[in-house]
Design a binder for this molecule. Sequence first.
Ligand code: CP3
Length: 371
Amino acid sequence: MRSVARAAATSPGRDAGEHTSAVKPENDLFLRACRRERVERTPVWIMRQAGRYLPSYQELRRRHSFRELCESPAVAAEAAFQPVDQLGLDAAILFSDIMVPVQAMGLDVEFDPGPKIARPIRTAADVARLEPPDAAARMPFVAEAIRETNRRLARRVPLIGFAGAPFTLAAYVVEGGGSKSWNRLLGMMHGEPRTLLALLEILTETVVRHLALQIDAGADAVQLFDTWAGLLSEESYERFELPFVRRIAATVAARGVPFIAYANGGAHLLGAMAASGATVLSVDWRVPLDRVRAAVGDGVALQGNLDPCALHAPPHAIRERVADVLRRGGRTGHVFNLGHGIHPEAPLEGVREMVRAVREISSAAAAGDAA
Ligand code: CP3
């Protein structure tokens, strides 16, 4: 039913400025918090919530390669559904990877388990051969996974789509994989800035198309993962990332869904990010949310920011850390999350304690407000 309504909503001629969500999710705490509306309790989801810390994910992985998971909508929907179902989270995230659109550009990407690119992009001639992909033609499984996940969730909670930020995608594309020093990427930035800017232009258009595909298929919000933004100074962020993030934020805003900007190691970049047009700033664990709030003002919601390592502590310590994050995050405009993706080694009991603590502490605080 929903997919029919969606198809109608995305047919040519619909009002381009409006995101016509066919069916409102039953639990819309996450969307209300993104819009800084009052909530009965603080919503919680976990970056990288469908992943290796979850035994049922490991079970899926015994039967399918990671690539098969990403490209098989029914299995991807199952992977996205599991953490919501098992942990009682307030939002789901599409099961896919930031490197999927890079693959769709024709680059040879393998996962081992992190991305490896056979022929990295190192020169202006390499960049000149790249083009943004036709998203619907090259990644039909992404749109289908969104629709399938919404069916699997029966619209119990909202579904978040995502993409990698252009600079983070460029990091993998130029290095050919993860790196300790990122010498090639940063060497290009300092030595051949125009080559890097040309690459970022192509990646930005790729991200715009990747996110539009997801929103049009039914994503209720989207998050931009800027995992390597912390490599940049404020000045280089303003040249090599901010203009591109702004462009992406504007195209998401035109579709009417919340835009969450996450930068790992980006405490020094939060002011610039707040000026990007983001609806929500997702903050890592290195800076407390009350300080972020004081610095950026009330115009954006905040997401975060428990240290992922806190999940390895005993239950009473997890509870204390959660209470501290909730107090600093405030009652409105806060989405509880970790400050970075959950570790594969995270103990499930710790994760459950975190979710329980968020629910209990934040609903008691909201009830206190109402009394
Ligand atoms: O619940 C979810 O968030 C699932 C969807 C998701 C994946 N990757 C699945 C995945 C999301 C949102 C991502 C984002 C992603 N991918 C980022 C940004 C997030 C961040 O932490 O800052 C980055 C840098 C990548 C690139 C990537 N893909 C890396 C570094 C790795 C290595 C392994 C890992 O888990 O970090 C991957 C592979 C990958 N992507 C896995 C999963 C579940 C593990 C694959 C496996 O099962 O072997």
